[in-house]
Design a binder for this molecule. Sequence first.
Ligand code: EPU
Length: 441
Amino acid sequence: MGKGLAKQLQIHGGNLLQGELRISGAKNAALPIMAASLLTEEPCRLENVPGLADVDNAAGILEDLGAIVGREADGVLTITARGTIGSHVPDFRARGMRASILFMGPLLARNGEAVLAKPGGDDIGMRRVDQHVAGLTQMGATVSEEDGSFACRAERLHGADILLDMPTVTGTENLMMAATLADGHTTISNAAREPHISDLASALNAMGAKITSAGTDRIEIEGVDQLGSGHHRVCPDYLEAGTYAIAAAATGGDVLLLDCPVVDLRSLITKLRQAGVSVEVDAEGMRVRRDGPLQPVDLITWTYPGFATDLQPQYAALMTQASGTAVIQEFLFENRFNYVSELNALGARIELFPHRRGIRVHGPSQLRGNVVTIPDIRAGAALMIGALCARGGTLLGGVEHLDRGYEDMAGKLSRLGAQVRATASRPDPTPADLAANPASE
Ligand code: EPU
């Protein structure tokens, strides 16, 4: 790829996805666990870490703060944060991803100080962090906000009885990490229950933390004086697995997902079966297959174990292929339908409700290739699914969003029989260019 040219993906739609696919480690588990490595001076060995731009950014933060990050083949990272560790997360890194907020709790616990710019990341809603701040304040920290940055200080954190306004995922993780080294006992009520919360608790407990009931809405943490070395295998990514399950169903394919966290996908599996998709689970993995028509099935997103907001855009892409109208409502984020105009540009017929918290998807639509731009990670996955179902060529711009959340998506899809290839962007490509030059791999 030429220097300075943005990557795009060229997709020639119409192929069924078929074959086996191994699911990668979970982004949303790997990121907090990497931040947690700052809670100990001893080395932490992490396996099954996915190769993603957000993981590289988190590794960059660790290195900028003074930790040593070793990268081995096959997704193994070794992080050693010995000696003096900085307290200031570089602004460009904090603004580069939402998960940078996860360094607030560990830095406060380790250094008694944390300075970081307000996090950036996907523009899917207001994405407040007031609950992180309120919880840390209850544990004895002072947090001030100036010029778009947080400055946090604490002589010593102490345990607290924290009741969250809502089960925020990274908020629960930040408080859990801070509490591991606080004096005394912390309870987090109305805690998030996502699988990555339990995975972070397992990683911390392997380092010597005393956390119980992670995965329920009331987490108990008994503070300890110090943590030791860690060794943890990051859990498989239920959001990646769900995305490929939906892609297989949308194309009328037949895919066996290996290393698939089936229990975490219960709400999606229910919806897929209701829609007429065959989902079979055995010791080998989860097989998703469709050879008949799709029924429209409504949904509302919810916190875990409800239907994940991170699978809502992909599900909407699936419903463009159903015979009838499905209503999809978004409970968590106020701006998570920003893919609708682009999916409609591929020929979908989706109406956004005036209050913008729900859509009506009318199917079935014969999608057609076009030039579209990805606005955020999961919207990108939805547009990819649309492109796989479309007749003709699609050029996807904004591919850097996919690289933040999906390990080698183009390679994985190609191995399942899709025609996807990376290309350098040219100014103003048109649908006519695409028809003349479809993807060839
Ligand atoms: N909220 C507040 N105050 C807070 C925290 C959250 O009002 O202090 C609100 C948010 O504005 C939002 C809701 O609570 O309306 C849920 O936000 P949450 O804090 O749970 O989201 P997050 O921790 O910022 C994580 C994932 C997201 C995923 C959400 C919901 C990571 C690194 N990110 O974000 O993942 O959508 O939980 O499950 O774990 C993605 O992977 O594509 C992604 C965006």
